[in-house]
Design a binder for this molecule. Structure first.
Ligand code: PMT
Length: 407
């Protein structure tokens, strides 16, 4: 992932300095060239020898090196593709935000013109300090990537915000920046897939021909485009992203609603059964010689899509809704499976369900739709616009749908 990339890590004097040893290993395992510079105070928490061994490079601390003809801080800044300051103390953040260069690390930071990640870690009182916050604000608005600390138990004995964020977050951000930010970076997308399974007894069920391919294609493409993905699926899927296996419409509703508050977008590609058996026998129902017909009474399943839209629209229609609340509400996307009058029925469905987008596909065709590797769809937007996508692989359809929503 990071073949040949030059990563410069600046470590300042905080207890979280010891964690950076593991971060160096993560970068090295991904074939990056890692150089480390430390403030003199950082060496109270971690040794130069450890950092040198892990990075396989000399560690810079002294600003004035008589052996070098080019000023040391300029050589470091020229060579690196990205600089990460972690942990970044309130002291170093203050210096960088105000152009102070009083050691090798702050001098490099001042001369650095490429992307810089700053991962603060400090006591929660220091984090809340107005001047620290102003300095961070100044850095963020100047284009520095500030990765906020986590909340939790701090080494100083307090509980609060100030723990260095997860190393994986620093690693992922670095990869994203160096490989070009992807268009769904920072988005959380929840996608449903497959046909729900509605039990009749312990061995029989009602379901449909959905293979889950459309939903999984959407999840794969969203993940490739940098999103955090949660796939809620009735079919098994081994994936590098989150997969929640469900069975019935009711299970699916519970799982989707659980993700609602943190989702930026919810896509309902699953074929949810409209009805389920009113009573589920907990044993295998027996065939009787004298019984020619049996009746299974069905009751209506909850409409997951419709209730998601209701939840969203009721919040947005509230009297004093702030812009932040509006921005936080997830984009809701439904699918529409029809075997006749596709567009007319889809228009009725988008109005009835109240979703932002509805993806209409014709399930009467054998060359697309259920179980096929291909699809052909029309994307209806709630403002009435319609875009048609010709037949192509479900992955290409998925890419186009995601681009339509976020492109
Ligand atoms: O899985 P594949 O084999 O790849 O096939 C893909 C697909 C044909 C299943 C997919 O492209 C598709 O059309 N999915 C939606 C199927 C469906 O249930 O359509 P519908 O028109 O009956 O429902 C409209 C929308 O309401 C859908 O987003 C559905 O998920 C949702 N719904 C339906 C019923 C219900 N009780 N709750 C719901 O949330």
């Amino acid at each position: 992932m990071l073949n040949g990339k030059n990563i410069l890590i600046g470590i300042t004097g905080g207890i979280a300095a010891y964690k950076i040893c593991e971060l160096i290993r993560m970068f090295k395992r991904n074939n990056a060239n890692v150089r480390v510079v430390c403030t003199p105070n950082a060496l109270n928490f971690v040794t130069k020898l450890t950092l040198q061994n892990l990075s396989q490079n000399e560690v810079g601390v002294e600003e004035f090196n008589i052996e070098q003809f080019k000023p040391e801080h300029i050589s470091y800044a020229d060579e690196a593709d990205i600089m990460i300051i972690a942990p970044a103390t309130a002291n170093t953040i203050g210096k960088i935000a105000n152009g102070i260069c009083d050691n090798l690390l702050t001098s490099i930071a001042c001369a650095f013109t490429k992307p810089m990640i700053i991962a603060p870690a400090m006591n929660c009182g220091m984090w809340d300090n107005q001047f620290v916050q102003e300095n961070l604000e100044k850095l963020s608005s100047a284009g520095y990537y500030v990765l906020e600390p986590d909340e939790g138990f701090l080494a100083c004995g307090y509980n609060g915000k100030g723990r260095l964020c997860e190393l994986q977050k620093i690693f992922d951000k670095t990869v994203n920046i160096l490989n070009g930010e992807k268009f769904l970076s920072g988005k959380k997308i929840v996608i449903t897939a497959g046909g729900t399974i509605e039990e009749i007894d312990s061995v029989r069920y009602i379901s449909n021909y959905s293979s889950g391919k459309m939903g999984i294609a959407l999840a794969d493409e969203a993940y490739k485009a940098g999103a955090e993905v949660i796939l809620i699926s009735t079919v098994n899927a081994e994936k590098p992203y989150g997969v929640i296996k469900v069975k019935s419409a009711e299970d699916m509703k519970f799982a989707v609603e659980n993700e609602y508050d943190t989702a930026d977008c919810i896509i309902m590609a699953a074929a949810v059964a409209d009805y389920r058996a009113k009573n589920i026998a907990n044993h295998k129902m027996k065939k009787a010689d004298n019984v020619e017909n049996i009746t299974v009474e069905l009751v209506k399943n909850p409409d997951i899509l419709q209730s998601l839209c209701k939840r969203k629209n009721s919040v947005l229609c509230g009297s004093a809704v702030s812009d932040t609340v509006k921005e936080k509400a997830p984009v809701i996307v439904g699918f529409c499976a029809e075997s006749e009058n596709l567009i007319e029925n889809a228009k009725v469905k988008i109005a009835k369900k109240g979703c932002d987008y509805l993806i209409a596909n014709d399930i009467s065709r054998k060359d697309i739709g259920f179980s096929s590797d291909y699809n052909e769809v029309s994307i209806l937007r709630k403002d009435g616009a319609i875009k048609h996508l010709d037949r192509m692989s479900k992955n290409d359809i998925a890419k186009s749908i995601l681009k339509e929503i976020y492109g």
